[in-house]
Design a protein around this ligand. Structure first.
Ligand code: TYD
Length: 147
């Protein structure tokens, strides 16, 4: 599966609030564009830490800073990149497969919720950037073949 940088989407979830506070609902196949199989969250990362630094062959993700702030750099391996600032608990970004991602600039109170379409499988992670670019370009040249 090949993805373009335009396939990365900024998401805004509706907030249900009253005098008791706010409530954000994230349902699989409704608020995020896949059935949810896994979630994990990242907190306690120092400001100078860079996490992620991988692409996934299969997994789709939605990332939400449910507390605090962080930045996410997304790269498509074809020369395009975007930096997203996650600063609000009712916004997030959708990442399709085969997008390189790096998370950094974590605020001390950052809790970054990661929602995934797949259970964890180490072999679908590409952790070497050169290998990632090679796979992106191999897929691109396959698409060039017209039969
Ligand atoms: P890693 O993918 O390096 O975290 P990040 O992308 O946030 O930098 O994961 C850290 C460790 O946790 C690594 O040994 C793999 C393991 N892990 C799981 O076992 N299951 C999971 O769902 C995730 C995300 C990581």
């Amino acid at each position: 599966m090949q993805s373009k940088i335009e396939d990365v989407k900024f998401l805004e979830f509706s907030q249900h609030g009253d005098e008791r506070g706010r409530l954000v609902i994230v349902e699989g196949d409704r608020d995020v564009p896949f059935p949810i199989e896994r979630l994990f969250y990242i907190y306690g990362s120092d400001n100078d830490v860079v996490r992620g630094c991988h692409a996934n062959r299969k997994s789709k993700f939605v990332l939400i800073n449910v507390a605090g702030q962080s930045k996410v750099k997304v790269i498509d391996g074809k020369g395009n990149q975007i930096i997203y600032c996650l600063t609000r608990p009712h916004t997030g970004i959708y990442l399709p497969p085969m997008i390189w991602k790096e998370m950094y600039d974590f605020s001390p109170d950052s809790v970054l919720l990661c929602i995934s379409s797949e259970h964890y499988e180490a072999s679908e992670y590409i952790r070497d950037y050169d290998e990632y670019v090679k796979e992106v370009n191999a897929a691109a040249s396959d698409n060039d073949i017209i039969e």
